[in-house]
Write a protein that binds this ligand. Structure first.
Ligand code: OSB
Ligand code: MG
Length: 374
């Protein structure tokens, strides 16, 4: 697989409804797409960096610059036997996992197409139908949130996750539980609490939550372990896990009982599989997180979710929850039983709508190697 060109595109896409977390509100996405050209085969991916450095220290402009200046030059003109070899080539660059993942994942899509197999099988997936949940942001009112939950439950989603922060937590969870005593319910704090909030978080225990996601600092493991010892509810780490070694450390310290895998956050499919395997070996179930992706990134999340230790419903939901029109020919659809059925087409099976992508593109750059390298 010779990497002949890498194309970066930025699209602007308004969300149907704003998405608010403890770190801010997003109304419009800046979507960064990556295409690799490998001897007549195109691989596509989406870089999940956000509009600003708030979920992590990466954002669209750092990802674009890091790909252009450092990561793409380490790959252009090279002939790789497998997409996973790209990870070692890019490893001299520290961090910038979302930028790295965008390149590696586009290569996996290209490899799957070049070898005429579905991406999920190439990744080692074993399930042909995945379980879906939804992540619902902070709303303008409790009523608005309850309405949204009702809509998603009616659509069949198997797990509801709500965003929480100080001032939008115990009251909200208690109203949800009163109305739906039995649903699978979890919450995500995106690092909104501090160790002094322990007594407050203990109140969450009465709601029978599946998990509390990332209550403390984005880069912490030690204090989460202290919280996990004190709380009945399982903790799940998201922001704190950047690679398999973080997962090992968190498990060894008993900082969580569940881990959320986002392929962008851990730097690509090969590291996502490594995190999955560490968790599986330690009986820690994982689930696939989302980053408000378009169909292109979502298709990669679906493929990853077919691995055997993805035992809990992921934040992998239908295109129509986010977009008036998604940028893949077939939109991501969820069955009335709250699942996505995975197909057998080569690659992700979701084909980019190039005309629509061109129309939405505000910036484009094609990178090619100027030196002859192999
Ligand atoms: O913490 O899981 C998170 C969106 C942006 C940044 C962080 C998170 C999220 C979500 C959205 O929860 C999940 C989705 O794509 O629906
Ligand atoms: Mg999260």
């Amino acid at each position: 697989m010779k990497i002949e060109a890498i194309t970066l595109r930025e699209l602007r896409m308004p969300l149907k409804h704003f998405f608010e977390t403890s770190f801010g509100r997003t109304e419009e996405r800046r979507v960064l797409l990556v295409t690799v050209d490998c001897e007549g085969v195109e691989g596509w991916s989406e870089c999940v960096a956000g509009e600003g450095p708030f979920f992590s220290d990466e954002w669209v402009d750092t990802a674009w610059a890091t790909i252009r200046e450092f990561l793409a030059p380490s790959l252009l003109g090279r002939n790789l036997a497998h997409a996973k070899e790209s990870a070692a080539r890019m490893s001299p660059v520290r961090g910038h996992n979302m930028a790295k993942a965008a390149l590696e994942n586009a290569l996996w899509d290209a490899e799957a197409k070049a070898t005429d197999q579905p991406l999920w099988k190439l990744l080692g997936g074993t399930r042909s139908e995945i379980d879906c949940g939804v992540s619902i942001g902070i709303q303008d009112s409790h009523e608005q949130l309850l309405e949204k939950i009702e809509t998603e439950l009616a659509a069949g989603y198997q797990r509801i996750k709500v965003k929480v922060k100080p001032g939008w937590d115990v009251d909200v969870l208690s109203k949800i539980r009163k109305r739906w005593p039995k649903i699978l319910l979890s919450c995500d704090a995106n690092s909104a609490y501090r160790p002094s909030d322990l007594a407050h978080l203990k109140k969450f225990d009465e709601f029978g939550l599946l998990m509390i996601e990332q209550p403390l600092w984005h880069d912490d493991i030690v204090q989460h372990a202290k919280f996990q010892r004190e709380l009945k509810t399982a903790l799940c780490l998201d922001e704190s896990i950047h690679h398999a070694r973080d997962a090992e450390a968190a498990i060894e310290m008993k900082a969580c009982r569940i881990i959320n895998i986002k392929v962008g956050r851990v730097g690509g499919f090969s590291e996502a599989i490594a995190v999955h395997n560490v968790c599986e070996a330690n009986q820690i179930p994982v689930w696939c997180g989302g980053m408000l992706e378009t169909g292109i990134g979502r298709a990669h999340n679906i493929a990853l979710s077919t691995l055997p230790n993805f035992k809990l419903p992921g934040d992998v939901s239908a295109s129509k929850r986010y977009w008036t029109e998604d940028i893949t020919d077939q939109e991501i659809e969820v069955t009335p039983r709250g699942t996505i059925v995975v197909g057998n087409a080569a690659g992700t099976g979701y084909v980019p709508k190039k005309k629509l992508i061109d129309k939405l593109t505000v910036r484009k750059e094609v990178l090619r190697s100027n030196a002859a390298v192999v």
